[in-house]
Structures are given as C-alpha cells and as structure tokens.
Design a protein. Structure first.
Length: 210
C-alpha cells in the first residue's frame, strides 16, 4: 500500500503511534512535508469529516482521529516551516461572551484544521472586542462564533456590528453556529453563514479561501 494512503487510513482509525512512525518514514523516503500533510493527514481527516456528517461515526471517534492528526502535524511542523508552506487561510474561533460551552467549538476546530486552515482558538466567554482584535492582528479571513444559549446568541450581533465599526466587515466572513442558531437568525444579524454541524462549517469556511 502507498504510504500516504496508509497514513490516511491509520488516521481514520485514530492510531497516533502508527501515524508518528509513518510520517517519519514518509519524510525519510523523500516525500515532501506538504504531500504528507495534504495527501495523508488531511485526506484522512476529510474522510472522518464526511463520515461524521453522515452519522457513520460519532464524537469519540472524531476526537481519537484528531489526536492522531495532531501527532502527525507535530512532526511535520518544522519541515513545513522550512519549506515555507503557508496555511490555506486563517480562522478566528470562539464561544461568545457569557457562554462556557466548548465541545462543539472544539469539534469545529478539528474539522477546520482538517481542511488545512490555521485556527486561532480564543476559547470560551469571548467578547466581541477580542474576536475583532484577533481578526485584525492575524489578518484572518473568517470569524467563527459559537453559542449554545439563547441568552448569549445576541452577542454574535455585537461581533458583526463591531466588525463594521472597525472597518473590517468587507474583509472577513462571519460564521455562526450552535444549538439555538438558525439561518433566519444568521440573516437577521447580518452574518455570512450558519451551519448546523462541525463538518459543514469546515467545508463552508474552506470554500471562502478558494
């Protein structure tokens, strides 16, 4: 079996130890770090994303696959830096102010990274000012806001309004998600996209950078 296919398959199985060995072997064999990343690790994570979206696998399997992905990327990072490989794009991610939920956000982060995006994760209870400051500082193309409470979802509107006020609204796409969020709410606050699950979020975010 081609070693890149093997990396993809082992990642889907969540075999972090095997991934470390295979990534090192692929590099020793002269395969570029970029190819190991895109044709091995990201290929595997994309498959995980599709299976998750189709309810063929569930959160625990995604978490195990993401751990394997991280094991591989840790080895690749110095090689990618040396080759001057840039991420496809940069995304600011966080759960809005007043909301402490992070499971959904963490899943989104894994899926975004699985699409080759650089994710700046601001954590939970993030005020609008921090989203906007991070987007400006990191020249990000997308802001992803998560909320699980009806009492905190209006904070997303504050992010949209502050982006306008700070003059970056035309440079950044604002995506919203979480249990109480709907397409109608997204349109009402002037955000760009609502997605109902982590895999869909990653697909839409990735498309913004094409």
């Amino acid at each position: 079996m081609d070693i890149l296919c093997e990396i993809s398959q082992k990642l889907q199985q969540g075999r972090a130890k095997d991934i470390r060995a295979l990534v090192a072997q692929a590099l020793d064999d002269g395969i570029s770090a970029q190819d190991v990343l895109t044709k091995g690790l990201l290929d595997g994570m994309n498959t995980v994303g599709v299976k998750f979206k189709n309810n063929e696998i569930f959160v625990p399997e995604v978490l195990i696959a993401a751990r394997a992905m991280n094991a591989g990327t840790e080895i690749l990072k110095p090689y990618l830096s040396a080759q001057g490989v840039e991420p496809v794009g940069r995304v600011i991610l966080g759960t809005v102010k007043g909301d402490m939920h992070d499971i959904g956000k963490n899943l989104v982060k894994m899926m975004l990274e699985g699409k080759g995006l650089d994710v700046i994760d601001l954590g939970v209870d993030v005020p609008a000012e921090d989203f906007v400051a991070a987007a400006k500082e990191n020249d990000a193309g997308v802001i992803c806001c998560s909320a699980l409470l009806t009492t905190t979802m209006n904070e997303m509107k504050s992010v949209v309004e502050l982006c306008k006020k700070e003059g970056i609204r035309d440079k950044v796409k604002i995506m919203v998600g979480g249990a109480p969020i709907t397409d109608a709410f997204c349109a009402e606050i002037g955000a760009d996209a609502y997605t109902s699950d982590a895999a869909s979020c990653a697909e839409v975010a990735r498309a913004y950078f094409d």
